[in-house]
Write a protein that binds this ligand. Structure first.
Ligand code: MIC
Ligand code: SF4
Length: 637
């Protein structure tokens, strides 16, 4: 039986384990990326590994999230990142050069290689035929040190694309269609491999929009094959030499097959407050809109911006709507400036923002109270805009422009004949936003600001875990619930004691004080605990507050790995109905945890309610070792 493209690339990089879905494996990592909000802690950990220079083919450090300089914290972190990069052989992408995923696609992604990034949307480069995976900063630090990356071998889903998208329907609507069918945990443990005659009709940036937002399915990653479209795009980026033809074997066997007829896809929206809450635009037509934001790593390519500019040229933004536009990279900004698209946007009344994540991560542009905001982004979790009661919808650039012009949610198909936006024959490429490291960085001094504090460590796992259920939460708790972002909290990313004061802020503002007062304890959760981002702060800060274990019905992949990396036990209810019996405030005891972990199920005694239930950890041998040691840093040392 032939191989899927996913398994061909994984086999090329396999260093441990057997490639069967569900089995633990480890793969060699060719490239890494970090961004500033996860990068400081990743590099602080890398520094403790006593490795002088990165051992990957390429490692890039981006500054794109913490761009607001409302105090010394962010610029100090940028300077730290730049100095570590020079010291350790890492390419540094300066603030203003662009969003990590957009720039990596344009400048560095190589078909057939592996990329590990400390950002959950790293799969963007799957649009170029990479196996690109998001992970916590510590896993990325280990990959930079030359260690293989451990994961559970994924099942491979073939997404067979047929037909061609209709006018005004975009790649964003394709991934929203998948989210409509599968919801936010329908992709857990899977790679989505796109195939079929429809692939050739999609450009590389369109493919990247789809693989980017495959993250919202909970998928391990998503990938497209490479073809003449990929080759031409790489040629236009002056990188044809990086092209490699990649396809699955004709008789490849898949674990699942999904059919998408591109002709049948229609303009869609994700409704508040989940990317999986999808409906046709028509169903919401007429809803009044206060803000429209175009950009983010999902929709900020040259084509997205050129289309936006063409649609806005000669028109006026509705007086009740605030329209913001953030191009994805310096390359994109320069090209839309030269082509005149930027002038069209300005003329129409758009607010042009910095080339960065910006409003996507609540770095400014919070809408007014109770606002309806339409965004071309990938996440609309409650509160993520920075305004607690805002209603955030996700959509394509044309749907966003249609609302910006009319003031209400409208079907973009009412905009008339779509303007023709041609992919450039040649992108404007130059390295002005990139600083390459010196051959020998051993003399470079690493520069730290006062906000950079040492990373706290956890003691090895004790014989018995005891403590109170500090918090009980529902299904689909996101890392934005656990460790919120936004302009107020993000500058504390390199200061764990300070950021820990904000853990679960919007869910239960008393959590940090209670956790400290009780000497730590447990969190009890439903399905898909920790969905969303890769931020290891959602494990590290609760660990600092004394969190010992999370007992959940299921976990999101990256967050589970982050919990293990920081010595917090991710336990699963053997019997999901026991979730209903445990109450917040109950006193729990997990005896003989060191002996039993990994070897089957554990007994958990609820001393307050007077009953016992079973929970298990489903650990590989390597994971068990990490947990017993109190986290991975303790082992590496
Ligand atoms: C996000 O989109 O949530 C982020 C901000 O990019 C995160 C990383 C972080 O929290 O720094 C992600 O997606 O991993
Ligand atoms: Fe940045 Fe938003 Fe993309 Fe995260 S999802 S990397 S915050 S643009």
């Amino acid at each position: 039986m032939g191989d899927t493209l996913t398994n061909k690339i994984i086999k090329d990089h396999l260093v441990e384990g057997e490639l069967r879905p569900g089995e633990p494996i480890a793969i060699r990592i060719d490239q890494t990326l970090t961004q500033d909000a996860t990068g400081t802690v990743a590099y602080l950990q890398f520094e403790t590994m006593d490795v002088d220079r990165v051992r990957t083919d390429l490692s890039v450090s981006y500054v794109d999230h913490n761009m607001l300089q409302a105090g010394h914290e962010n610029p100090d972190d940028h300077r730290y990142l730049q100095s570590v990069a020079a010291r350790c052989g890492i390419v540094f992408s300066r603030p203003g050069n662009g969003i990590c995923h957009q720039v990596h696609l344009e400048s560095f992604g190589v078909p057939g290689e592996t990329l590990l990034g400390s950002d959950s949307h790293t799969p963007t480069c799957g649009g170029l035929g990479m196996i690109a995976i998001g992970a916590g900063g510590q896993d990325v630090a280990c990959a930079m040190a030359g260690l293989p990356f451990s994961l559970t071998a994924p099942g491979v889903v073939r997404v067979n694309l047929t037909g061609r998208l209709s006018p005004w329907v975009t790649a964003k609507d394709v991934i929203l269609e998948l989210l409509r069918r599968l919801d936010v945990k329908g992709g857990v443990g899977k790679v989505f491999e796109y195939d079929g005659p429809g692939v050739a009709t999609l450009s590389v940036p369109e493919r990247a929009t789809i693989t980017n937002m495959g993250t919202e399915l909970g998928a391990t990653t998503s990938i497209f094959p490479t073809d003449q479209v990929t080759r031409a795009w790489l040629r236009a980026q002056d990188r044809e030499g990086d092209f490699r033809p990649l396809a699955p074997d004709p008789d490849a066997e898949y674990d699942e097959i999904i059919e998408i007829d591109l002709d049948a896809v229609e303009p869609l929206l994700a409704l508040p407050h989940s990317p999986g809450n999808v409906a046709p635009v028509g169903e919401l037509a007429g809803t009044k809109v206060d803000q429209v934001c175009i950009g983010s790593c999902t929709n900020s390519s040259y084509e997205d911006m050129a289309l936006t500019g063409a649609l806005l040229a000669g028109r006026r933004v509705h007086p009740d709507v605030n329209l913001t536009i953030s191009p994805g990279s310096r390359q994109v900004l320069k090209m839309i400036a030269e082509s005149g698209s930027l002038a069209g946007m300005v003329e129409a009344g758009a607010r042009i923002l910095e080339v960065a994540c910006g409003p996507c991560i609540g770095m400014g542009q919070s809408p007014r109270s109770g606002a309806v905001t339409l965004r071309t982004f990938n996440r609309n979790f409650e509160g993520r805009t920075g305004t607690a009661d805002a209603q955030c919808y996700l959509c394509s650039p044309p749907t966003a422009v249609a609302a910006a012009l009319s003031g209400v949610i409208s079907d973009p198909r009412e905009l008339g004949t779509p303007p023709e936006v041609k992919a450039p024959k040649r992108f404007l490429t130059d390295d002005a936003g990139i600083i390459f490291p010196p051959e020998d960085g051993s003399d470079v001094q690493i520069l730290r600001g006062p906000n950079i504090k040492p990373i706290p460590r956890r003691e090895p796992m004790p014989e018995t875990l005891t403590g109170e259920v500090l918090l009980k939460v529902e299904d689909n708790i996101t890392t934005d619930h656990i460790m919120p972002a936004g302009s107020r909290i993000l500058p504390l990313r390199s200061n764990i004691p300070a950021i820990s004061e904000h853990v679960f802020e919007a869910v239960d503002p008393d959590f940090p004080a209670r956790a400290k007062e009780k000497g730590g304890g447990f969190v009890v959760a439903g399905e898909n605990y920790g969905q969303g981002s890769s931020r290891e702060h959602a494990a590290l800060a609760p660990m600092y507050l004394g969190l010992k274990a999370v007992i959940a019905k299921s976990f999101a992949r990256i967050h589970r790995a982050n919990l293990l990396n920081f010595g917090i036990a991710p336990l699963l209810f053997d019997e999901p109905t026991d979730y209903g019996r445990v109450r917040q405030g109950d006193q729990l005891v997990v005896p003989e945890v060191r002996d039993v972990l990994g070897a089957g199920s554990l007994t958990v005694r609820d001393e307050t309610a007077g009953f016992e239930f079973r929970a298990r950890a489903d650990l590989s041998d390597a994971e068990r070792e990490v947990l017993l040691a109190g986290g991975r840093l303790n082992m590496i040392k």
